[in-house]
Design a binder for this molecule. Sequence first.
Ligand SMILES: Cc1ncc(C[n+]2csc(CCOP(=O)(O)OP(=O)(O)O)c2C)c(N)n1
Length: 277
Amino acid sequence: MPSNVSVAELKAKAKELRLNIVETTFNATSGHVGSSLSCADMLTALYFKYLNVDVANPDWEERDRFILSKGHCALAYVPCLAMKGFIPIESLADFNKTGSAYGMHPDSKKIRGCDASTGSLGHGMPIGVGMSIGLKMKGINAKVVVMTGDGECQEGSNWEAAMAAAKYKLENLIWIIDRNKLEIDGPTEEVMPLEPLDKKVEAFGMKCIKCNGNDMEDVDRALAEAWETAGPVCIISSTTKGYGVKKFEGDVKMHYGSFGDDRKDLQVYIDEINARG
Ligand SMILES: Cc1ncc(C[n+]2csc(CCOP(=O)(O)OP(=O)(O)O)c2C)c(N)n1
């Protein structure tokens, strides 16, 4: 059951997450900042309203599961887990430094509250399908949410998993595609066209819900619908890569970016994020 959290509260949390993403990028000297900013609203809504997880007991068997298949966005995921209380917020200062538990890609053996180690794209959906079947066999009524990138959808394993999700009628599986329309080296529609993505998803036997993934009200509406639907369900979350900092928005070079080492540059981004609604 989603908790009773207002859109205004979620928006404030998403802003806090964006601030943590840019601060963590600065401390780490570089990172997948554009990709992380695009999915910040969705991650916030999941962790602060929808996912039924227990910070005191991360291995609780009945919990909802979340798999960040676009694992290069640990830069958003780890700060989100820290804000939720799974890990100390101070540890973000060491993100991706030698000896830190938190690298550019998440390691579930080292991160409290992390359900799957990811980073090699195309694995989240197959893992999610397996988890979902396992929960069903045990009679546990928990959601399994997988977030992939859109470029990542070019990996065939996602579609094999989608086929299996329909066959096994995985009512609790939710696939979220962060549709920021850019991958590592250009627009998805130039590199390997995905459209009509909604029709493809539906043809694989999944209900498709669309939303503006950088508009918290719309994110909330889409997740509420997905939570109430007997799945498998897919949310195509239309976003902007780098959302929150104008200079990064839609710039493929900010897929993996660096701010340099002058804190004054970082302050410009912090001010912009703070000034936005
Ligand atoms: C199997 C595999 N191949 C290549 C990579 C390198 N890689 C990291 S991110 C990325 C692009 C991902 O694009 P997209 O799925 O659109 O996600 P976005 O960063 O735009 O959110 C690639 C190719 C990888 N992590 N895994």
